[in-house]
Design a protein around this ligand. Structure first.
Ligand code: SAH
Ligand code: SF4
Ligand code: F3S
Length: 421
């Protein structure tokens, strides 16, 4: 049985897809390179904005043809759209064999194997292959769900309340991933710094992971700005593997909007957090998320967001037009910022962000940076920038790169003598 996984949405969604594939490989399934080559397709979907949901629905529609070529083919739609629409999805798309909402993400593989076996009256095969992804950089989900109540956000309703994985399970999985070739781990959670296991917190977990043999780099995302404290910053600064990079989503620069969004911090508190982070972790690079056109956002309030971006100087930022999501508290407010105004604000904030990105890349030109080779000629710096070079290096190695130039998003340079840590 050959499975092709397609993932839409956030890193958590991508991690669900690759974990499901890895678990099914343990049961004797193989990975198919393309849909044409596959007996089954496993699609994880995203519902965070209407645009993401429409993309998923149109892809599901297009897969009707794939299914029609051989009725024995098996189409599974999982993830956040599956959770939100449930059986409505199965009704609208009769060619979908199985709908698995994201609250079942922990047992996707079992449910797929069971349903496939029932349908084809084949019993699951014995374990053949060892678990796994084989990439140098791997995501590791340390908590599921979200117990925050940001007023615009669908995630708490489609993913359910926060559930932390136990530390011992995380450490065991990290060891297994490292044994399988991973060199960098990205710990994932919607509010990853809310992770707890008894009296262990994320700072403690970073320190425990830091000593694992074979680990070159450690990142985590996304921390909630209101839960960032000196303990976390000290762990970032003190751990050998923890990278000088933090994704700190701000959403807006206006206190009134931050209040309406239910973010739990003010503009001043956010900027103070960023300032303390930079004081504690030398050379740290931050990125952020911004929403423009939230209900009732005025031109002056949007200008405060632009001002905040200029003060924060993020190296990158993901900027989105507000999209009302059914059932969220913000959907009760009139979505009164006209589409053209949202579009113009998005373009304006992206222009400011692009200037900071260009500046951050230019500042790196002429310096030596450490890259982790993800392929022989591509990798990332500790600060999260993409980098390319010409003379090949074995994937998985750390190497010093002399940066000679930068494109719009990527550093270019030459490798000097590969070395290991
Ligand atoms: N848990 C993560 C992010 C979850 S969604 C965090 O809190 O950082 C990723 C990003 O999508 C959010 O940071 C936000 O900027 C954006 N987003 C979420 N809901 C949205 C909506 N309804 N409209 C527009 N953007 C939204
Ligand atoms: Fe959504 Fe807020 Fe939770 Fe992030 S922290 S997933 S934005 S509710
Ligand atoms: Fe992620 Fe989208 Fe679900 S952002 S949690 S896949 S709604």
């Amino acid at each position: 049985m050959k499975l092709h996984a397609i993932t839409l949405g956030c890193q958590m969604s991508a991690a669900d897809g690759s974990e499901t594939l890895a678990r099914l490989r343990e049961r004797g399934w193989a990975a198919a390179e393309s849909p044409e080559d596959a007996d089954a397709i496993f699609l994880t979907t995203c519902s965070v904005r209407d645009h993401a949901e429409q993309r998923a629905l149109s892809l599901i529609g297009r897969l009707r043809e794939w299914k029609a070529k051989d009725p024995k083919r098996f189409l599974v739609v999982a993830g956040c759209v599956a959770e939100r629409l449930g059986q409505r999805l199965a009704k609208r798309f009769p060619h979908v064999d199985l709908v698995l909402g994201s609250k079942k993400a922990g047992s996707y593989a079992d449910l797929v194997a069971e349903a496939f076996a029932v349908r084809n009256s084949e019993s699951p095969k014995a374990i053949r292959n060892p678990a796994g992804g084989d990439s140098v950089v791997q995501s590791l989900t340390i908590m599921r769900g979200c117990s925050c109540a940001c007023s615009y956000c669908i995630v708490p309703s489609v993913r359910g309340p926060e559930l932390c994985r136990p530390a011992d399970e995380i450490l065991a999985e990290a060891r297994a991933r490292l044994a399988g070739g991973a060199r960098e781990l990205i710990l994932l959670g919607q509010r990853v710094n809310a992770w707890r296991d008894g009296d262990r917190d994320l700072a403690g977990l970073l320190r425990e992971l830091d000593s694992l043999p074979g680990l070159a780099r450690l990142r985590f995302m996304s921390p909630h700005p209101a839960l960032c404290d000196e303990r976390l910053f000290a762990a970032l600064a003190g751990c050998r593997t923890a990278c000088e990079w933090l994704h700190l989503p701000v959403q807006s620069g206006s206190d009134r909007l931050l209040g309406l969004m239910g973010r739990g911090y003010t503009r001043g508190q956010f900027l103070d957090t960023a300032r303390r982070l930079r004081a504690a972790v030398r050379g740290v690079v931050v990125s952020t998320d911004i929403i423009v056109g939230f209900p009732s956002e005025t031109e002056a309030e949007f200008a405060e967001t632009l001002g905040l971006v200029s003060e924060l100087r993020p190296a990158t930022a993901f900027c989105f037009k507000y999209s009302g999501r059914e059932g969220t508290p913000a959907a009760e407010l009139a979505d009164d910022v006209p589409a053209a105004v949202k579009e113009a604000r998005l373009a304006a904030v992206n222009a400011v962000v692009d200037r900071h990105t260009a500046q951050a890349l230019q500042e790196a030109v002429g310096s030596m940076v450490e890259v982790l080779a993800e392929t022989p000629t591509f990798g990332r710096t500790r600060t999260g920038f993409k980098a390319r070079w010409k003379s090949p290096v074995a994937a998985g190695r750390l190497a010093p790169l002399r940066v000679t130039a930068a494109t719009r998003r990527t550093l270019l340079g030459d490798i000097h003598e590969p070395h290991d840590p």
